[in-house]
Design a protein. Structure first.
Length: 420
């Protein structure tokens, strides 16, 4: 069986990823318990990388018409215009009484996740973390789980055969890895690699992930520890609220499985699709809608700058005639008034390299300011918001003009200035 996800308009056409996209979706089966967390069984996940899931013969995921499936999704509309879209998923199904079903073996999903069990399982991969080139979570994080359990691990509850996996990452992600540990020995089982079509590199959704080949079969025993890690680029930009997920399919024992401790099972995977046309607007071109705020004069900043109707009311890159300015050591507080609209319109103030005034696309702007700051999502109601509607700029900023953008609505840009 297999699943292929997508996001479409009413007429079946696919929106540009720079307009509206499937940030992530998790498919759950309410009729079964999840193997790795106290949740209904999570059996498929996708973001805009749209990796197709394919189980190799003779394995399948048993489905009964009494099963209830739920889709938990986050759509990301990057524009102020409301729009109707549909999450679609095409399923390959083999009826139990079909000739092809004879001899099929059962498989179940093992949800591996570097923040497993969290309602919003994310971490920040900030530029400079790790070795400054790449950052692997949780291995290079400081106390990623505090005193709690290792969320990226799972102890196998039965013998079985791992038959398929692929990684889910956000832009900036480079690879996810799967390991099997037994008696103090740790074997690398698979690397799901992000293959970027994006000309600017590992910075956008113009990517596809490798999945295991059909002949990848890895035997595990009850008591083995499975673990996963997620590696992001940490040289080009910061990646906030990043994910690292590998759904691993585990079949009944049987078939032609390799022992990961005696066979190098971590062979290269395959791509399930190529470049997708909805990723064609990369951005980064000249765009006269945006001002070069580094060239505008200074004006004293108000102590609090409201964000209203998708505008930074002082220093907005579309409208400003001057740049709100404070003396070194002083602060400015941004207050998001749009957080009160409907369920809340959440904005961020995220550093981007000046002048940050080129056209908006899937690869522009980026969180690549030479001085790193990010407000979090200014809004209330729990994750993904920061559960506050205001944010104060750091008071230790050296003199300079600081350009920023909204990570949620990258058409929103602005700047403030610090002077001696
Ligand atoms: Cu915004």
């Amino acid at each position: 069986m297999g699943i292929r996800p997508n996001l479409v308009y009413d007429d079946g056409s696919i929106p540009g990823v720079d307009v509206v996209h499937l940030h992530h979706g998790v498919w759950l089966n309410l009729g079964a318990p999840d193997a790795t967390a106290a949740l209904p069984q999570r059996f498929f996940a996708s973001g805009e990388e749209k990796t197709a899931m394919l189980l190799p013969a003779p394995y399948g995921y048993p489905y009964s018409t009494t099963d209830h499936w739920v889709l938990n999704y986050m759509l990301h509309n990057l524009t102020p215009e409301a729009t109707q879209v549909w999450v679609t998923y095409d399923i390959d199904i083999i009826p139990a009484d079909a000739p092809e079903a004879v001899g099929m073996l059962r498989a179940r999903p093992i949800w591996m996740d570097v923040q497993n069990g969290k309602g919003y399982p994310v971490f920040d991969a900030v530029r400079g973390m790790g070795d400054g080139v790449t950052y692997t979570y949780p291995d290079q994080a400081t106390a990623p789980y505090g005193n709690g359990p290792q969320l990226n691990e799972w102890v196998a509850d039965a013998d079985g055969t791992l038959i398929a996996t692929a990684g889910h990452l956000h832009p900036g992600g480079l690879h996810t890895d799967l390991y099997v540990e037994r008696d103090g020995q740790k074997a690398h089982a698979f690397r799901s690699e992000a293959m970027y079509y994006e000309p600017a590199g590992a910075v956008s959704w113009d990517v596809s992930m490798t999945a295991t080949m059909p002949d990848w079969q890895v035997s595990v025993r009850q008591g083995d520890t499975l673990s996963t890690t997620a590696t992001y680029d940490s040289g080009l930009a910061s990646w906030y609220e990043s994910m690292g997920i590998m759904v691993v399919w585990m079949g009944e024992t049987g078939g032609d499985a390799d022992d990961p401790f005696t066979t190098a099972v971590d062979t290269p995977g395959m791509l399930t699709h190529g470049h997708l046309a909805e990723n064609d607007n990369h951005g980064g071109d000249l765009d006269n809608r945006y001002l070069d705020l580094t060239a505008l004069p200074s004006a004293p900043a108000s102590a609090t700058i409201p964000i209203q109707d998708w505008v930074y009311t002082e220093g907005d890159m579309n409208y400003a005639v001057s740049v709100p300015t404070v003396k070194a050591g002083e602060s400015i507080t941004y207050e998001n008034l749009d957080a009160n609209i409907g369920k809340g319109q959440w904005h961020t103030i995220t550093a981007c390299a000046a002048p940050c005034n080129r056209s908006t696309g899937i690869a522009y702007p980026l969180a690549d300011g030479p001085v790193i700051f990010d407000s979090g999502e200014l809004g209330l109601g729990g994750p993904p918001t920061a559960d506050r509607t205001s944010w104060a700029i750091p008071t230790d900023l050296p003199p300079g003009t600081y350009t920023y953008f909204c990570r949620i609505h990258p058409i929103m840009r602005g700047a403030f200035r610090v002077e001696e």
